[in-house]
Ligand binder design. Sequence first.
Ligand code: NAD
Length: 271
Amino acid sequence: MTIETKMDLEGLVAVVTGAAQGLGLGIARELARRGAQVIVADIQLDKAEEACEQMRADRLAAHAAQLDITASAAVNSFFIGLDRLDILVNNAGTGQQVTPISELPDSEWHRVMDVTLTGAFYCCRAAAGIMERQESGAIVNISSINGQNPAALVAAYNVAKAGIISLTRTLALELAAYGVRVNAVCPGPVYTDFNKRNMAQRCESLGIDEDEMIERIRGAIPLGRWGEPEDIARGVAFLCSPEAGWMTGEVMRVSGGMEGVSATPPKRPKK
Ligand SMILES: NC(=O)c1ccc[n+]([C@@H]2O[C@H](COP(=O)([O-])OP(=O)(O)OC[C@H]3O[C@@H](n4cnc5c(N)ncnc54)[C@H](O)[C@@H]3O)[C@@H](O)[C@H]2O)c1
């Protein structure tokens, strides 16, 4: 099936965090294909620049910027430096070392929270100030199906993604009077670097190989296939576009129908 791209974001300035690769890159490309000028903001500057070069070669408007979303002051200066901001997609996030809560170290809890929840808060806070003054704008925060239905052994990640949903709904209420819309997307499984790392750890704990794991997940997705970055990107672009002009505080699952990963781990051998 060919999907026609609408030029419904023509001339808008969009920031996508964590866009040097994976879902963020897919989102950046989709927004740019619809006419937006996209700032690919990532902690990995070289990779962001490579991605932008490729996008420009494809006649898409893209600029790279180095941004560590966990650094509060750096986030503020980055947003202050923008001339305008029409769209923000808070996509950057990190996965968690697969570990039961009883053994989850403080450091791992804080590492995941800092990137996956607090970083999105810093970016939302900075963008909210700008969009409130402009009295226009759209923010899309990337949560996860784990934010609605937690998977075992990744508590910090689940909590961070549930937090993203609450942050989204709170900000939607606070910015509604200014005509600024704030929504969340909950992606299902897409085979990015992030997902590969997580799968590798789960394979090890279950004693199965990667192909079997990929097939198990595929079989649990009602539409019968893994997602592609473009699947998520189209959902995000819709929420950014005028077509979603009466949608705010919404949490939209883009997951082939999958609601969550519900497997219960077996008892562990006694130490
Ligand atoms: N892939 C999936 O199956 C899946 C499913 C649900 C939700 N998600 C979410 O989608 C988002 C993107 O995931 P992905 O699979 O593309 O991951 P990925 O690891 O492939 O990409 C993440 C990107 O974020 C960047 N990043 C990491 N820390 C950063 C920081 N402190 N500041 C700025 N950038 C930073 C990385 O450099 C990288 O480019 C994440 O929020 C993830 O939780 C992914």
